[in-house]
Every structure is written in C-alpha cells, then in structure tokens.
Design a binder for this molecule. Structure first.
Ligand code: FES
Ligand code: FES
Length: 149
C-alpha cells in the first residue's frame, strides 16, 4: 500500500512499489490528463511535478513519490484561476493535436518556478519534451509571454 498526495488530496494505493507513477495516476486515481508517450523518460508527455520539480512519471516508481507533493495538470490551476503558463498557451494557440502539451506545460511551469526569466538557451536546455506536431516556436513564444504576464 502506498500513500500518495496528488493535487492536495491523499490517496491510499494498492500497487507494486515499482509500478510507474504514471499508471497509478491514470488508472487508479483517474487523472488521465498526464499522457503516455515513450515510456522510457525520453519524450516528456508524462511530466508531473514532485515537490515542485518536473519528473517523468512513466519512469518513476510509485514508491519514490510517497511523502511527496505530486501535482498533475489537473492541479495546476488554483481556485479556478489558470496558471500563467496555461493562459499564455491559450493566448498563443500553442497546441496542435495537444497530446504532448500537458507534459510540456508542466515542464515549463517547473522551469519558471526555478528561473522566472529563462533565456532561449535555458529553454532549449530544459524543455526537452518532444512534440510530434512541431510546436516548438509557439512554445518558446508562449514561455516568454508567460514571463511577462
Ligand atoms: S512517456 Fe514518459 S517520458 Fe515519454
Ligand atoms: S501538439 Fe501534437 S504532439 Fe505536440
């Protein structure tokens, strides 16, 4: 049994300790906003926050998430107010198919917590999420817009 705190709510989970956090979030807790892409920590589609840091949940054993604050895309808005990154995404029409975008948004939100005014180099080094639709220019523009909000 694992006890997880996700988006401020506590969940007691019956899962093998090595189960990837992604599957617990999606299949046991029912938070399907976090996506499965590669399953090997390469694409970033599964990105969530653990104690405010971006982690790739497809490759994180659920046992490592115990006692930490996990935030998923469903918990990013606060009291009905979108996160500045979500607002910038809407204003810049960033998503195409959208599949990668929850992971992208979570990665960017964590970056802006760490570096409120990231340079293009910071963005390039940190936001390594893969987008098959090629939204990278819009992502970069929206990040800069979010920092000026
Ligand atoms: S699904 Fe986790 S990094 Fe691709
Ligand atoms: S918006 Fe389609 S994969 Fe990124």
């Amino acid at each position: 049994m694992s006890r997880l705190v996700v988006n401020g709510k506590t969940h007691d989970i019956d899962a093998d300790p090595n189960t990837p956090l992604l599957w617990v979030l999606r299949e046991q807790i029912g938070l399907t906003g976090t996506k499965y892409g590669c399953g090997i920590a390469q694409c970033g589609a599964c990105t969530v926050h653990m104690d405010g840091t971006a982690v790739r949940s497809c490759s994180l054993p659920v046992s490592e998430a115990e006692g930490k604050q996990i935030t998923t895309i469903e918990g990013l808005a606060q009291n009905g107010v979108l996160h500045p990154v979500q607002k910038a995404w809407l204003e810049h029409d960033v998503p195409q198919c959208g599949y990668c975008q929850t992971g992208m948004i979570m990665a960017v939100a964590a970056l802006l917590t760490e570096k409120p005014k990231p340079s293009d180099a910071d963005i390039g080094n940190t936001i390594t999420n893969i987008c098959r639709c090629g939204t990278f220019q819009q992502v970069r523009a929206a990040i800069h817009a979010a920092t000026n909000a």
